[in-house]
Design a protein around this ligand. Structure first.
Ligand code: SF4
Ligand code: SF4
Length: 344
């Protein structure tokens, strides 16, 4: 058997094994509400880029020590967390990222990462394979870099080619439309390129955060739905959450943040999500199954105009059960903010 054929076969087998593990965790999530499904952890708030819409990075933070990251991952495993996604800042700037990924896999959990892709090269991708990474998401905002974002197809295409050649993990490319993105057509170009290279593709919305949700302009809306209807459908296409956002309409749903979804910042505090830091703001080391149960049944007043699609996807698993009987009132995601915000 040729080397190329062996490589293809090995990748296919790894893909089947990953899908099997994903199905098992969906089954586990459906059977019981007494554990977290997904956690996003931040090992590094520093980022090597400065996207104009982003409020999730700085230019000064040091990496969180790998021993501390291991303690946090161990506790997330104790809380039954099935998927642990590493974000930032830019995770690839963390010097011990591979050990962080390996620790997640040591517990048998799915390991994901959200990156801007700038630091990828063949050696880095092969190291991520060895560490056991399951999923990578790269968000590409435009075809040519501009003052809003340098996450551009022109800059990143070579990195995507490396991923197509070397990555054993699943790669999703997220494109965007909305406020600040000059050319909505770029999202279509990015999605076509993603599919051409064998990746999945999703599309998100950037809006200005100055007020309530606003509907997309006609051309943005047309492209938004065209991208959603491309092949290689991803799970996120199966819910109507972002459709309502595209139309500027509120959603009726039960946010299970703090329970089924946890956001753990670089300081090791649990927050509902990246847009509600400080709620509840409890150290992860002190977070218990009682906290999970309490937050599962707590209604969040910011939910109708929420734009955090990953929390919606996780919460959707429990859409049909357990009405919430207490309520908290964190500020609306867009109150007192004038910057652009990216929907994830
Ligand atoms: S969106 Fe990502 S790449 Fe851009 S500044 Fe924020 S963390 Fe960095
Ligand atoms: S902003 Fe969205 S995800 Fe975050 S707590 Fe509010 S409703 Fe939940």
């Amino acid at each position: 058997m040729s080397v190329a054929r062996k490589k293809t076969l090995s990748r296919s087998l790894k893909g089947v094994w990953r899908k099997t593990r994903e199905l098992a965790l969906v089954g586990h999530a459906l059977l019981s509400t007494r554990h977290a499904v997904m956690a996003q952890i931040v090992p590094m708030r520093f980022c090597n880029l400065s996207c104009a819409y982003c409020n999730e990075y700085d230019k000064v933070s040091a990496p969180v020590a790998v021993e501390e990251m291991s303690r946090r991952i161990d506790h997330l495993a104790r809380l039954g967390t099935s998927i642990i996604t590493i974000s930032g800042g830019e995770p690839l700037t963390h010097p011990d990222l591979d050990q962080v990924i390996a620790r997640i896999r040591h517990h048998g959990r799915m390991a994901g990462m959200i990156t801007n892709g700038y630091l990828l090269n063949p050696e880095r991708i092969q190291a991520l394979n060895r560490a056991g990474l399951d999923h990578m998401q790269i968000s590409i905002d435009n075809v040519e870099p501009d003052e809003i974002s340098k996450k551009s197809l022109k800059v990143l295409d070579k990195k995507l080619q490396y991923l197509a050649e070397y990555a054993d993990f699943h790669v999703n490319i997220n494109s965007v439309v909305g406020g600040g993105i000059k050319n909505p057509q770029d999202a279509l170009t990015v999605s076509h390129r993603a599919l051409e290279l064998g990746f999945t593709s999703t599309i998100g919305i950037i809006h200005d955060g100055s007020g309530q949700l606003k509907p997309l302009q006609d051309e943005e809306r047309r492209i938004y739905f065209e991208v959603r209807n491309l092949k290689k459908k991803n799970y996120s296409r199966f819910n109507q959450f972002q459709v309502a956002i595209a139309d500027g309409e509120p959603n009726q749903w039960r946010c299970r943040a703090g329970s089924r979804y946890l956001y753990v910042c670089e300081e090791g505090l649990v927050h509902y999500c990246s847009q509600q830091r400080g709620w509840p703001g409890i150290p992860l080391a002190k977070y218990t199954r009682e906290h999970l149960n309490h937050e599962f049944l707590t209604e969040k007043s910011c939910s109708p105009n929420c734009t955090v699609s990953c929390v919606h996807q996780i919460s959707y698993i429990d859409h049909w059960r357990a009405p919430q009987n207490t309520r908290v009132n964190p500020p609306s995601q867009h109150e007192e903010k004038s910057e652009l915000v990216q929907i994830r």
